[in-house]
Design a protein around this ligand. Structure first.
Ligand code: AHR
Length: 646
């Protein structure tokens, strides 16, 4: 804090200390096309991103399949775990309640994912599969219990018959509470079996059953992402091959999708999450549907037969890769195949007869070494022979330089993958120093997918320092949009009470969302990308950090706008004269729209209590005949939009 006050004093005292700069945008020379899907999002179930996050299920361990089957539950009375004659073959465990009429009650409570978030007057859809051992009618009391133990919602459920059946009932919450719980009490004497005990808010994104949290999807929607990479990250690799993400386990009826452990459960000893599993309730069908809702190109990642190389040396022999390759090929059929194909039929049965129009497929995540290359080859062969139109994404390893990177990039060129995935989690200084990273990249090889990146300040907070560094770096992505085709910040989501990794783009608790300064940087790029690169220069050179300034420019054919992005990452305000060179018609209304993200305090963040501390603001400046002046504050990112008369 002291540091930031010092910064504030320093920044104010050296206001406008540099001489005025002249930036020249050549509006005549339209450069390469900017991919319409360039700026996107990368989703991984880390930090309770899926279960406990985007996936709106409120009950943890709903199928009693966790290794310790009562995790998440507080059972009371006579209650046991069973698996004889189960309701669901692939999730066979269920719970048996025996109420002996001793008036103490038999039942169980579930405390959700660090509590259940309830909103006053909102409806919740409770459901359960049940059977009555004696066949007679049995009554359940269902209660929503606030964090102060008050009952804030109640309902009743009657079940009967000796066969498994699904029962549903709606419960209204009388209060708002981010950390409530649910209690079920069997009131009738006898034995009852229960499985897949579930509760969703009635209001989900598009009010779908098995739906997604509306506020979190809205945050994604507002980003206008062009591409949606899923489902990981390291979780596609698994800690072991057995626990890798297998997409076929994540489709079909939700109750029968087998549980998997989450790769992030024990990864960091100081952030230990033994209760972190994947239900796959948010599975590949839901990911494709969400991509479609967001207007983003789906970009799935599949296991290449190597378990996470940080965690294990387990791998499938190249000669035994066939089932893995088949999974990849079948995935394309699931996404794009006709409804009479095996996997296309399943997609149609799940509700989407139309293909999802999958264009990209990534093979492996952060793999390295020869082992990756020799596995990638047969994957490419199989995919290209059946689906030559699919763009294949290979990896360059876990870092943006070094041994693995230097080995893999030439190999990716040799193999002619379409795109190479690069990952960089580095300091803000690295981002500032690497804004010219792609200026000298080879234009003849594969294109670049910046598949995971984030500036990591010392505090690891989502602060202004990181956001401004990312904005500066991204001018380099935009200037090189001929070679950089896709870019996705990472990770996307984090639950404030259950994160393993930070910084993250969007934070949330059980009821609210925080959009970080980094989020707004992504949004400002995605919403103002333009259709073609324009070149902006300072003294004839790309603007890559001279006096802490960075810039890129584009033209948007649909709106006839010249867009200039400027980052002042220096601690002093600076005056910049931006001249549009080669204008053949005038600037409409002599008006320039300006969107600004700025704070003098590099450590400033958005929080649950103060989510709008750092948000973009809109203003405008007057232009003269061929340019305008920008008073660029310290630590600021600007998007300037100039409409050119037709
Ligand atoms: O984004 C978090 C993790 O970082 C991803 O799972 C992995 O690919 C990278 O190491």
């Amino acid at each position: 804090m002291k540091q930031s006050i010092l910064f504030l004093i320093l920044s104010v005292s050296i206001q406008f200390s540099f001489a005025q700069k002249n930036f020249v945008v050549n509006v005549n020379e339209k450069g390469a096309k900017i991919q319409p899907d360039m700026y996107g999002v990368f989703f991984e179930d880390i930090n309770f991103g899926a279960d406990g996050g985007l996936y709106a299920e409120l009950i943890k361990n709903r199928s009693f399949e966790f290794d310790q089957p009562f995790v998440g539950w507080l059972p009371f009375g006579d209650i046991t775990i069973k698996n004889e004659e189960p309701c669901f073959e692939r999730n066979p465990h269920y719970v048996q309640l025996h109420e002996k009429g001793l008036r103490r009650g038999t039942g169980l409570e579930n405390s959700g994912f660090r509590g259940i978030g309830l909103k006053k007057n909102a409806e919740y859809n409770f459901s359960v599969y049940a059977r009555s051992n004696e066949g007679n009618e049995k009554k359940f009391r269902i209660e929503l219990v606030g964090s102060n133990e008050d009952i804030i919602g109640r309902s009743e459920l009657f079940i009967e018959g000796k066969d498994w059946k699904k029962y549903t009932v709606s419960v209204r919450s009388g209060a708002t509470d981010p950390k409530a719980k649910i209690r079920l009490v069997l009131e009738t004497q006898g034995i009852v079996d229960l499985d897949h005990i579930s509760m969703f808010p009635a209001e989900t994104w598009k009010n779908r059953e098995n739906g997604l949290r509306k506020d979190l999807v809205e945050a994604l929607y507002d980003l206008k992402p062009g591409v949606f990479r899923f489902p990981g990250g390291c979780i596609i690799e698994g800690n072991t091959l057995e626990t890798r993400y297998q997409w076929k386990n994540s489709v079909g009826p939700v109750e029968n999708r087998p549980l998997n452990e989450n790769r992030w459960n024990y990864t960091f000893k100081h952030r230990f999450f033994p209760d972190y599993y994947q239900t796959y309730g948010l599975g590949f069908y839901e990911f494709f549907l969400l991509s479609e809702d967001l207007g983003a190109e789906p970009l799935p990642v599949v296991s290449c037969g190597l378990a996470c190389q940080y965690e294990s040396e387990e791998c499938v022999a190249v000669a035994d890769l066939e089932p893995y390759i088949q999974d990849a090929v079948d995935l394309i059929e699931f996404a794009n195949g006709p409804v009479d194909s095996k996997w296309g039929k399943l997609r149609a049965e799940m509700g989407h007869a139309e293909p999802f129009d999958l264009k990209y497929l990534a093979i492996g995540n952060e793999q390295w070494g020869e082992g990756y290359v020799e596995r990638l080859i047969p994957f490419m062969k199989a995919i290209q022979s059946k689906y030559p139109e699919i763009k294949i994404i290979g990896t360059s390893g876990p870092a943006p330089d070094g041994e693995h990177f230097d080995y893999l990039w030439p190999k990716m060129k040799e193999l002619k993958v379409d795109l190479v995935d690069e990952h960089y989690y580095r300091s803000p200084e690295w981002f500032l120093e690497n804004a010219d990273r792609y200026d000298s990249y080879d234009r003849s090889g594969p294109r670049v997918f910046a598949g995971e990146y984030a500036a990591h300040p010392e505090s690891r907070d989502n602060n202004v320092e990181g956001a401004i560094a990312e904005a500066a770096f991204m001018t380099g992505l935009e200037r090189n949009a001929d070679i950089v085709h896709l870019a996705t910040y990472a990770p996307l989501f984090a639950h404030v009470d259950a994160w393993q990794w930070k910084p993250d783009m969007i934070w949330f608790d059980n009821l609210s969302v925080v959009r970080t300064p980094n989020y707004y940087v992504q949004q400002m790029y995605a919403q103002n990308s333009g259709t073609n690169i324009l070149f902006v220069k300072y003294e004839g050179k790309n603007i890559t950090g001279q006096d802490g300034l960075y810039a890129s420019s584009s033209y948007d054919a649909a709106s006839s706008e010249v867009i200039v992005k400027v980052v002042n990452a220096s601690p002093g305000n600076q005056v910049i004269n931006i001249q549009l060179d080669g204008l053949t018609s005038s600037i409409q209304d002599k008006h320039v729209d300006i969107i600004t993200l700025h704070s003098y305090d590099l450590e400033a963040v958005n929080t649950l209590k103060n989510p709008d501390n750092i948000v973009p603001t809109k203003t405008f400046v007057r232009a003269d005949s061929d340019g305008f002046e920008l008073n660029a504050l310290a630590n600021a990112f600007y998007v300037c939009k100039i409409k050119i008369q037709k």
